[in-house]
Design a protein around this ligand. Structure first.
Ligand SMILES: [Cu+2]
Length: 376
């Protein structure tokens, strides 16, 4: 390992072990951030109603209304950062993960356009690293990253106005350490619904019966000389070797919701024939191409922004890295559907696959077996 990659806990906390590309930006943004803190918000925040939301673990999403009731609110969320060991496949391969609230991806938040998001971010003393949060839905100060840098034992409160409607990624972005934290699991999504709810772009309202959140994650697990995955005591211990694998741009695992099989079998997503399901899919680091085998995306916002009319009747949709997308589908047949990244090597060999188990009556008109497979 080259000396450049050696790091101590102290240097990691300072974010100075590696001159990350963002470091000069962070310096400049800090001055702006101080100014932002000093300024008084133009809206009388104290007069707005407040709602406190308890977040739930993906693929589930906290209860919310699709159409906004009343005027803008301040919506309060809390995220606790947890550095923890996770197992990412059925071979017992371990990752020293960094998480928001203990899950990969972090929980999905839902607000309406022009609401204020007020996040309490907690970095408990039991952690070892510095973290922060960059909301792609926020405006200014590196998406909040420059205002939220917290060392172990610290917490912070950030408020931003959700001015853009859509689904957006959030992720950790500490100075000099951004890709390592993101590919260690520290990312999630927020959905900012139009106040009138979703529409097809032509005046028709689109109301979903269920929403699921799928967070796709690439992991870069180092191997030993025999090709076996290595285990480490902490994220810091794994850092140098992990960075070497990251620099190959070749993930060892690409998974949905933190592990191979996290959304298959008993953990399959559930739906019924006739149910309208919104699938929110994020990938904070790499491009992906979701596909529902045996179904479609009736309405798809591939780059996730609801002021654009959705694409209709899609077979596969493309989500660029650093983006969340949304697909709306009404299931029409029962059975088990695989929902995959249609780079099929990434799906079948590396893990990027989920299942939907759909109940209901089969429609022979849509499909029937005219003659079952048999010898001639
Ligand atoms: Cu972090």
């Amino acid at each position: 390992m080259s000396e450049q990659f050696q790091m101590t806990r102290r240097s990691m906390l300072a974010g100075a072990a590696i001159a990350g590309a963002l470091t000069p930006l962070v310096g400049a943004a800090s001055a702006q951030a101080e100014e932002a803190v000093a300024k008084i918000a133009p809206v009388d925040i104290a007069s707005l109603p407040r709602v406190k939301v308890d977040l739930v673990k993906p693929p589930f999403v906290h209860a919310h209304t699709q159409k906004a009731e009343g005027g803008p609110k301040v919506v309060e969320f809390t995220l606790t950062i947890e550095e923890k060991k996770i197992v990412v496949d059925d071979q017992g391969t371990e990752v020293q993960a960094m998480t928001f609230d203990g899950s990969v991806p972090g929980p999905m938040m839902v607000v309406h356009q022009d609401d204020y998001v007020e996040l309490t971010l907690i970095n408990p003393e039991t952690n070892t690293l510095q973290h922060n949060i960059d909301f792609h839905s926020a405006t200014g100060a590196l998406g909040g990253g420059a205002l939220t840098v917290v060392n172990p034992g610290e917490s912070t409160v950030l408020r931003f106005k959700a001015t853009k409607a859509g689904v957006f990624v959030y992720h950790c972005a500490p100075p000099g350490m951004v890709p390592w934290h993101v590919t260690s699991g520290m990312n999630g999504a927020i959905m900012v619904l139009p106040r009138e709810g979703l529409t097809d772009g032509q005046g028709k309202s689109l109301t979903y019966d269920k929403v699921y959140y799928v967070g796709e994650q690439d992991f870069y697990v180092p191997r030993d000389a025999q090709g076996n995955y290595k285990k480490y005591e902490s994220a810091g211990d794994a850092y140098a070797d992990t960075l070497e694998v990251m620099r190959t741009l070749t993930p060892t695992h690409i998974v949905f919701n933190g592990a191979v099989g996290a959304l298959t079998g008993d953990n399959a997503l559930k739906a019924a024939v006739g149910e309208k399901v919104l699938i929110v899919h994020s990938q904070a680091n790499r491009d992906t191409r979701p596909h529902l085998i045996g179904g479609h995306g009736d309405y798809v916002w591939a780059t996730g922004k609801f002021r654009n009319p959705p694409d209709r009747d899609q077979e596969t949709w493309f989500i660029p890295g650093g983006t969340a997308g949304a697909a709306f589908y009404t299931f029409e047949q029962p059975g088990i559907y695989a929902y995959v990244n249609h780079n099929l090597i990434e799906a079948f060999e590396l893990g990027a696959a989920a299942h939907f188990t759909v109940t209901g009556d089969w429609n022979d008109d849509l499909m029937t077996s005219v003659r079952a497979p048999s010898g001639t």
